[in-house]
Ligand binder design. Sequence first.
Ligand code: TRH
Length: 394
Amino acid sequence: MSPPRSLSHPPTLALFCKVVDNYGDIGICWRLARQLWREHGVRVTLWVDDLRSFRRICPLVDVDAATQEVEGVQVRHWRDQEASFAPSEVADIVIEFFAVDIPPGYVAAMAQRSPRPLWFNLEGLTAEEWVEGCHRLPSMHPRLKLTKHFFFPGFTTKTGGLLHEAGLEQERAAFQADRGAVARFLAGFGVGADELDALKVSLFCYPHAPVAELLRTWSEGERAVTCLVPEGVAPEAVGAFLGGDARAGASRKQGALTLRVLPFVPQPDYDRLLWACDLNFVRGEDSFVRAQWAGRPFVWHIYPQDENLHHKKLRAFLDRYAGGLDALAAFSLGWNGARDIPSMDAAWEDLQAELPRIVIRAEEWRAEMLAHGDLTTKLLEFARELRLAGENPV
Ligand code: TRH
């Protein structure tokens, strides 16, 4: 397979990813790896420690293979820190995702390689201002002759931008404009034609979100709501509403609410789900960004951190995104426990009334973010600049 090449001599690249306890990290690394190969011809080796989680977002993955090729990307099972490597096995560019510890044997081989590789730490996404000052900063290795550079995704031109594949815009716009395609897609989850005019909501959040209260509000409300929730999300609240196990395929209609449990779908279908819904509840980092590309209103459940650091990050994002959208800001803070929700009914009513204005903001924001350029292209531009400056020349 030979994709279009935007580099005259595409480098090789090793990307190290630890799954931790969710899907976001492999979700992001998989997107990046695929895009590097498809759009820039970069030969990527993706090192990943948990192939089972990887397979949930990409069913092509063989969970027993030590090495395999998936959609043009070489995938290697990262089992431990013990292996040793020859300098010839080291890629031109090495990326550690979220400051993971690359195997010491690999780092030693990086130092011995001639020329030495470019080394990046791809950081987590935050809207805080300090990121602009840290993006692209170098950090010298304490012992070895190696320099690592920080690369921060972000929401401004002075950051590394957001992951966005070429062609995504056209695909999304065509899908959203085609009511038949949306109906067929949703029918695959059991959504009937009679539900298409309901407010369609996807629900992806961490277990501590006040889901039970929201489901009650929806079921007692006047407006028909169809809520689509992937299996495993908020299982207690969803199970209590269903009166049984929250298994894929389960559903219940009570009052104005129809709740349907979906299977955990492959990544491209998750995008379509976001495109098909009128409101998306998303979480972490990757679904949060994909909801922004969907151009539809969304509520973000941020990954919790010690000392409520995540509330600071949430506020930083809302300051950029939700100026003048008071109901969205209040609901988002309440959803994340950063403020009380005295009445879910009132909070929901306010949010619902604001939805038309949020739709306008969502479109505007998407255009602003697209204008900054995409993360993968910016990362390769930075690599090229460093190479021209003679740093760790590739
Ligand atoms: O899984 P997450 O909670 O990931 C988080 C964040 O990345 C966070 O920064 C990290 O530190 C923490 O994990 C450990 O949520 P996120 O980021 O939205 O990733 C979910 C991925 O799963 C995303 O790529 C979309 C994908 N997905 C599917 O492919 N199918 C589905 O049905 C669903 C619900 C999600």
